[in-house]
Design a protein. Structure first.
Length: 164
């Protein structure tokens, strides 16, 4: 095991419904308040549209829809987490809609359990582990595995247009 695998890592935690999820802070570009999202026709249901981020088109994904939950409702806490996602060696920028951002926390490797293998054929490859915080669990996401190659391609194509 490399030294980097033994060291504590920092994660940004956020809420989807009543569950706490986390992503590696190194993958977080910024956190935005909910802003107007332009719907793009003929995109997957979980893709809410695009935003203009300082002249760049950034696709915005509703993480709750992506994970089979109800659509995210706009509240005072709703935000967009701007993430770097690497697919097939290429980095794309994606906005992830979340109910709220919680905190940045540090987890030691001993606090992270491997993803449980469920007997059914569920695709849970995008979960890199389960962080333990007392009696609570934090679902740690592997940002590079949330989207299939085809989904990532569609996101990238949507994000390549320039905003005037």
């Amino acid at each position: 095991m490399e030294a980097s695998e033994k060291a504590a890592k920092q994660y940004l935690t956020f809420k989807l419904a009543h569950e706490t999820f986390a992503v590696d802070v190194a993958r977080v570009r910024e956190i935005l308040d909910f802003i107007s999202i332009t719907k793009v026709p003929r995109t997957p249901d979980f893709m809410r549209g695009v935003i203009n981020l300082r002249g760049s088109v950034v696709p915005v994904v509703d993480m709750k829809l992506k994970f089979g939950m109800e659509e995210t409702e706009k509240t005072v806490d709703t935000c967009i987490i701007v993430l770097e996602v690497t697919v097939e060696g290429e980095t794309i920028i994606v906005g992830a809609l979340a109910d709220s951002v919680e905190e940045v926390l540090e987890l030691e490797p001993s606090q992270i359990e491997p993803t449980p293998r469920i007997g059914m054929k569920l695709n849970i490859d995008f979960i890199s582990g389960m962080g333990k915080l007392g009696e609570e669990f934090v679902i740690i996401l592997d940002t590079d595995r949330i989207f299939t190659f085809e989904e990532a391609e569609a996101l990238q194509e949507t994000g390549e247009a320039d905003v005037a």
